[in-house]
Design a protein around this ligand. Sequence first.
Ligand code: F6P
Length: 565
Amino acid sequence: MTFDAAAPIDPTSTPAWADLLAHHDALDVDLRAWFAADPKRAERMSHRLADLHVDLSKNTVTPATLDLLVQLARETNVPERLAAMFAGEHVNTTEDRAVLHTALRRPAGAEPPLVVDGQHVDDDVQAELAKMYAFAEKVRSGTWRGLTGERVRTVVNIGIGGSDLGPVMAYEALKPYVQEGVEVRFVSNIDPTDIARATRDLDPATTLFVVASKTFTTLETLTNARLARAWLWARLEAAGDVDDATSRAAAVAHHFVAVSTALDKVAAFGIDPANAFGFWDWVGGRYSVDSTIGTSLAIAIGPDAFAQLLAGFHAVDEHVRTTPIERNVPVLMGLLNVWYVNVVGAHTHAVLPYSQYLHRFPAYLQQLTMESNGKSVRWDGSPVTTQTGEVFWGEPGTNGQHAFYQLLHQGTRIVPADFIAFATPNDPLRDGANHDADVHSLLLANFLAQTKALAFGKTPDEVRAEGTPEHLVPARTFAGNRPTTSIMAPLLTPSVLGQLIALYEHITFVQGAVWGIDSFDQWGVELGKTLALQIAPALTGDAAALAAQDPSTAALIAYSRAHRG
Ligand code: F6P
């Protein structure tokens, strides 16, 4: 089946949809009773996904709910659409492109070879990876030298969106694997503060800039790249190392590399195409951390760890590709999200890593999920027939517990939440003052306590039994039945990180497939970009640009001009 021309199936018109609504009306959600009635519920609803242990049992669903959701997936052609994506069909219909981030992590020599639109995808992927790995090794070993002969100590990744969030999230997550003496900083915002702060204590002689931009047209990235280049030239000139056009070009050659699908634009910026790493239009920005967009990460953690990251992605891809959907973990999790958004009425979804290293993971997932599924039209341009993408958000536990968990436990809204934790600490520490407690166990105890409290709550009678005065019983009661998924792994390794990212990529895909939307375009970010370019001249006094604005915008521009120090 090809999907570029086919109209999406309206999920709300399927028999499964009607059955799900009726099932929900009849469902008396009671996790305490369900666990009591089925002692094997946790075992039955826990799954192995590569190194991940995924426990779905604290979700507010029964086996019958899951059967109906699987039926919905069948009736909306989710398996066929997954197969189409893996095969390189143009499932990104509005841009008429294949969607092949899964090809980025196929191992060398995978059979049968993947040939899409005449391109030998595997060969191209392996060639570009080899080029990136060789470069990363040169920087790590000190073979790559700056203009004055010094080795690189700091890499500054300049990019935004997928060209920033993936690399920075993974760099933070894999800090224990970062080579001593190599620091990576990330500049994304067009707020000049970002690059100013990132560079102010740097030595240009030991700094390498990686300009990462799929299109190489993004305003923020190109502006920051020009600011970085000006900073480099000015600082090297002040040190007497640069004094003319030739030495300036040599400085760029030694201190700038680029990652892009538009190598002509890289050359126009002045970066030698020999120092540029390519990828392809079938890799979406938010799906690109495992492409050469990860160059700064590859420098930090090295080719071996990067290869393990890719292997982790691939293990999950293989599970998704080969496992029947009723046991397919990302498919089940995507369907659970559909249940919560469309049937239960949830508006948001929390992702709560009990790992400080994953502190940027929720931000990364925001682009992955919300840029993918925040759509009101389907892939054929017709309006969606139901609610689509929920708001993803989160913070590492236990910090979130002291901030927003109150709402999760006792608020009026249901917020499905994914809890993520690792059995082994990357940093094993003990607290001598607290009975020599293993601090990681305290972290895990909190992870377990929260999902338990959310699921099973605390009844008024249990509150009374503690001697609580009657007037305080309602405030101290926990209704429970708040849905959570627990995801655990032995340790946060590069491979496990790849598995986690791939898990959420496929969850996102499944939701989009049910809703009939193209999860791979992002037209919704275009209007703001165009308007910003029209408004910018008005801020610096262009009367015609000012006159073109609506009254509110014009007044805000006037305020900015009047109060600019
Ligand atoms: O925000 C829109 C977007 O196109 C994202 O999808 C993308 O990740 C980001 O901008 C950066 O784009 P580029 O890598 O082309 O600079």
